[in-house]
Design a protein around this ligand. Structure first.
Ligand code: NAD
Length: 312
């Protein structure tokens, strides 16, 4: 059914790909305020049928209560932790996200971090910028033949496995669900217990969703089970790792290093962890590619158009 352009009003509260804004504007009355603050949103939300956010704007109970016309909350990306889902459900407001949009972007960043851990690219660059030629210090090693342990073999874990296979890495995986045999064969991955993965992997990469079970999954005990000289990569969610325990393990040298894109608190409340020499840190940039943002916008907009078409 053809939608009447001005029938629905949409407010976009965080930065959003231009393609998505154009497509939405051809159907709806769109307001784009990527820097709107929480008070401004509270003052305006009653005018809108749809609110779109990324990770910055919080759709709290108060916003939902004031949004008397709200029908849809759209999150361009995966995490829904900035949306009060209970309040949305109690008002029968639909919540859409696009978990599939950032798979490749996060997988590529993960490989970038793994290569950096093995070769010291960012250390070399830091040295060069400070007038230091660190050639002798930066003796690295190759990924070919090394073992990558993937915890959480979902969308991103699987894509990381595909990329790692191309580097000639051996792949071990651990997940709580039964994994697709075809995919395991395709990437040549072996399913093992968590303990076996930890004790056998040169790199352990986390790709689980954050749940009650995965909160602090990598605690002191699990970190102590990692092979001596191994590296941890977290591009999943900060709280999957107990940062205090990680700090201890990194300082004691019981693990060789870590690469972190996500943190228990973002930005981190203390810089002790990120300042360690054996840590590479990035500011939650896993999904920060033009392609992932375009895909998130496109997928989200189509979901919204379809849902509102069904309402008419
Ligand atoms: P997904 O749902 O496709 O995969 C998650 C996998 O984890 C599933 O196979 C699930 O069975 C497994 N899992 C859940 N609980 C587990 C447990 N206790 N033990 C072992 N395995 C368990 O999710 P995805 O799209 O692949 O995303 C993976 C992670 O990446 C999520 O935490 C997501 O929030 C994060 N992410 C980060 C960024 C970033 O910017 N760094 C961007 C997008 C997604």
């Amino acid at each position: 059914m053809e939608l009447e352009r001005a029938k629905y009003k949409v407010i976009i509260c965080d930065s959003f790909a231009e393609k998505g804004i154009e497509r939405l504007s051809s159907h709806f009355d769109v307001t784009y305020l990527p820097k709107i603050n929480s008070q401004e949103l509270l003052n305006k939300i009653h005018e809108y049928d749809v609110v779109i956010v990324r990770g910055r704007t919080k759709i709290t109970k108060e916003v939902i209560t004031k949004g008397e016309n709200l029908k849809i909350i759209g999150r361009a990306g995966i995490g829904l932790d900035n949306i009060d889902l209970k309040s949305a459900e109690s008002r029968a407001i639909k919540v859409f996200n696009t978990p599939e949009s950032s798979t490749n972007a996060v997988a590529e960043l993960t490989m970038g971090l793994i290569i950096d851990l093995a070769r010291g690219i960012s250390k070399g660059d830091f040295g060069m910028k400070h007038g230091n030629w660190l050639k002798d210090e930066l003796m690295g090693f190759e990924l070919k033949g090394k073992t990558l342990g993937i915890i959480g073999m979902g969308r991103i874990g699987t894509q990381v496995a595909r990329l790692a296979k191309a580097f000639g890495m051996k792949i071990l995986v651990y997940d709580i669900i039964e994994l697709d045999k075809e995919i395991l064969n395709e990437v040549g991955a072996k399913v093992v217990s968590l303990d076996e993965l930890l004790s056998s992997s040169d790199f352990v990469s986390l790709h689980v969703t954050l749940t009650d079970e995965t909160y602090h999954m990598m605690d002191e005990e699990k970190l102590s089970k990692m092979k001596k000289g191994a590296y941890l990569i977290n591009t999943a969610r900060g709280p999957v790792v107990d940062e205090k325990a990680l700090l201890k393990a990194l300082k004691s040298g019981s693990i060789k290093g870590a690469a972190l894109d996500v943190f228990e608190v973002e930005p981190p409340s203390s810089d002790e962890l990120v300042r360690l020499n054996n840590v590479i840190a990035t500011p939650h940039i896993g999904a920060q590619t033009r392609e992932a943002q375009d895909l998130a916008a496109t997928l989200l907009v189509e979901k919204i158009i379809e849902a509102l078409s069904q309402k008419d």
